[in-house]
Design a binder for this molecule. Structure first.
Ligand code: HEM
Length: 467
C-alpha cells in the first residue's frame, strides 16, 4: 500500500506553496481561534459578574450593607453567597418568590450529623418537610397546647428564681441557669421530663453543650465538640429509654397512650411514635426522622429563648430605670412583653436567619441570584437601620406599645424579622414568646440584680427569705 507523502511539511521539500504558506496559515488560524476563545470566555465571565450583586473581597458583616447596599455578593470559600439587607430585597425573595426560597441551605456537616439532615430545619422543601412541620404545629406548637402547658413552664421559672434567691449576694451565672430552665421547659413539653427530675448533671445537657453541638453543624466537629454532640444524643436516647419508648436494641417498644405524663392526652413523643408505627405512605416518618425532629425542637427551642432572655436581662440590668418600668409592667400588664420585643429587635437570636438556598436562578433588586447560592437575610442590619427605625441603636421598649401598633412577628412587614419570614418562618413563635415573656420573672420572688459582667449578676433579696 502506498503511504501518503507527508515529507513536504517535515523537511520542506515538494510543492513550494505547501511547504511555506500552509504551516503559517495553520498557526495564524490557531492563534485567531485561541484569542477568540479567550476573548469570548473573558466577556462572558465579565457579563456574568456584571449581573451579580457588588461585593467586597473581605469585610466585616456589619459594615457590608452600609458600604455596598442592600444586595451584596460574597465568596465564602468556594461558595457564592448573597446578603440581603433591606426590607424591600427581603420581600422580593421571601414573599414574591417564596417557593424558590423555600429551602434552607444545609451545611455539609449536617449531612454527617447523627440523623443526616432528616430534621425539619434542613429537610428540603417537599413532602417530608411538610409532614414534619404539620405534625409539629398541629400537635405541639399551637396556642391551645402551649397555653395548656403554662403551669409546668411557670413551675420551671419558679424553680430557677428560687435557685437564684438561694444564691443572694453571690455572683450567679444567669446564662447557665436560663439555658437549663429553657431546656427543661422544652423537654417537659416534648416528653414530660426535665434535667432536675432526672438528676442529670446540667453540664451534660445544659446550654453550653447545646451551643457547642449546634456549632458542630456549621463545620466539621473538633474533638471536644464530638463529645458534646454525642453527649446530647446519648441523653436523648436516655430520655427515650426512661420513657420506655425505645428497646435496648434501638427498636420501637409499645408505650402506653398518655405518654407517661399521667394525662389523658398523648404527649408529643407519643404522637410521633404513633406516626412512625403507622406511616403515611407518601412521606413515611422513620425513627431517625423523629429523633432528628426532637433534637431540632430541643436545640431550636433552647438556644434562641435563652439567648433572648439573657440579652433582655442584660439590657434591663444596664439601665435601672428600664428595669423599674419593666417590673411595673410585669405587675400591671402580663409579662415583660415590650422589653422582649425590643430585645428581639436589637439582639435577634438568629441574626442572619438560617441561610436560604434558591431552587432556581432568580432576580432580586435587579441582580441575578444563581440557583444554589447561599442567601443570608441580614436581619441584624435591617433591625438597626436608621432609615427603617427611629433611634435605631437605642433600647426603647416603648416603641412596641400596643398604641404604637405593637410588634408583628408574622414576618409580613419585612422590617422586623426575629422569627424569619415566608414558608420557613419559625414554627415556634408562640412557644418562644411564652418562654421569654414569662410573667413570673419578677420581683414577686424578691430579686433585683446588679449587672457584673455579661450575664453574671448578683441577686439581692428585696423581700426577706422567710416570706
Ligand atoms: C425566641 C425564640 C425563637 C426565635 C428568635 C426563633 C427564631 C427562628 C428563626 C429566625 C428561624 C429561621 C427562619 C427562616 O429561616 O426564615 C427559626 C426556625 C425554626 N425554629 Fe425557631 N425561634 C425561636 C423559638 C423556637 C422554639 C421554641 C421552637 C420549638 C420548640 C423553634 C423551632 C424552630 C424550627 C423547628 C425551625 C425550622 C423551621 C423550618 O425549617 O421549617 N423555634 N426559628
Amino acid at each position: 500500500m502506498k503511504t501518503p507523502d507527508t515529507s513536504w511539511w517535515r523537511n520542506g521539500e515538494g510543492d513550494e506553496s505547501k511547504s511555506s504558506a500552509s504551516p503559517s496559515l495553520m498557526a495564524v488560524l490557531a492563534t485567531v481561534l485561541a484569542v477568540s476563545i479567550v476573548f469570548y470566555w473573558f466577556r462572558r465571565v465579565k457579563n456574568e459578574a456584571r449581573l451579580l450583586p457588588p461585593g467586597p473581597e473581605g469585610c466585616r458583616c456589619s459594615e457590608i450593607a452600609r458600604t455596598y447596599g442592600p444586595v451584596v455578593s460574597l465568596r465564602l470559600g468556594g461558595r457564592l453567597c448573597v446578603l440581603l439587607s433591606s426590607p424591600h430585597a427581603v420581600k422580593e425573595a421571601l414573599k414574591d418568590q417564596d417557593a424558590i426560597f423555600a429551602n434552607h441551605d444545609a451545611p455539609a456537616a449536617s449531612l454527617f450529623s447523627p440523623y443526616g439532615g432528616k430534621n425539619m430545619l434542613y429537610a428540603p422543601y417537599g413532602p417530608q418537610w411538610r409532614i414534619l412541620r404539620k405534625v409539629t404545629v398541629r400537635q405541639l406548637l399551637n396556642p391551645a397546647t402551649i397555653d395548656g402547658l403554662s403551669v409546668p413552664r411557670q413551675a420551671e421559672i419558679r424553680r430557677m428564681v428560687e435557685e437564684i434567691r438561694g444564691k443572694a449576694g453571690q455572683p450567679v451565672n444567669l446564662r447557665e441557669l436560663i439555658s437549663a430552665a429553657a431546656m427543661n421547659m422544652t423537654t417537659e413539653m416534648l416528653w414530660g421530663g426535665s434535667l432536675a427530675q432526672r438528676g442529670d448533671d446540667r453540664d451534660a445537657l445544659g446550654g453550653s453543650s447545646v451551643r457547642r453541638w449546634k456549632t458542630c453543624l456549621a463545620r466539621p466537629a473538633g474533638p471536644g465538640e464530638e463529645d458534646a454532640k454525642n453527649g446530647l444524643i446519648d441523653r436523648l436516647h436516655l430520655q427515650f429509654s426512661h420513657r420506655g419508648a425505645v428497646d435496648d436494641d434501638g427498636g420501637l417498644s409499645g408505650r402506653r397512650p398518655g405518654g407517661g405524663r399521667g394525662h389523658e392526652k398523648q404527649d408529643f413523643l407519643q404522637v410521633m411514635l404513633d406516626l412512625v408505627q403507622n406511616p403515611d405512605p407518601q412521606a413515611p416518618i422513620t425513627m431517625d426522622h423523629m429523633k432528628a425532629l426532637l433534637l431540632d425542637l430541643v436545640t431550636g427551642g433552647t438556644d434562641t429563648t435563652s439567648t433572648t432572655l439573657e440579652w433582655a436581662m442584660a439590657e434591663l440590668l444596664y439601665d435601672p430605670e428600664r428595669m423599674k418600668t419593666a417590673k411595673e409592667e410585669i405587675v400591671t400588664v402580663v409579662g415583660v412583653g415590650n422589653a422582649v420585643e425590643e430585645t428581639l429587635r436589637l439582639h435577634p437570636a438568629v441574626p442572619l436567619l438560617v441561610p436560604h438556598r434558591p431552587s432556581s436562578t432568580c432576580t432580586v433588586a435587579g441582580y441575578k441570584i444563581p440557583e444554589g447560592t447561599k442567601v443570608f437575610i441580614n436581619v441584624w442590619a435591617i433591625h438597626r437601620d436608621p432609615r427603617v427605625w427611629e433611634d435605631a441603636s437605642e433600647f426603647k421598649p416603648e416603641r412596641f406599645l400596643r398604641e404604637a401598633g405593637g410588634a408583628d412577628y408574622s414576618g409580613n412587614t419585612f422590617r422586623y424579622l426575629p422569627f424569619g419570614a415566608g414558608r420557613r418562618i419559625c414554627p415556634g413563635i408562640s412557644l418562644g414568646e411564652g418562654i421569654v415573656a414569662s410573667p413570673d420573672l419578677n420581683e414577686k420572688f424578691g430579686i433585683v440584680m446588679r449587672k457584673e459582667k455579661t450575664l453574671v449578676a448578683v441577686p439581692t433579696l428585696r423581700i426577706p427569705q422567710n416570706i
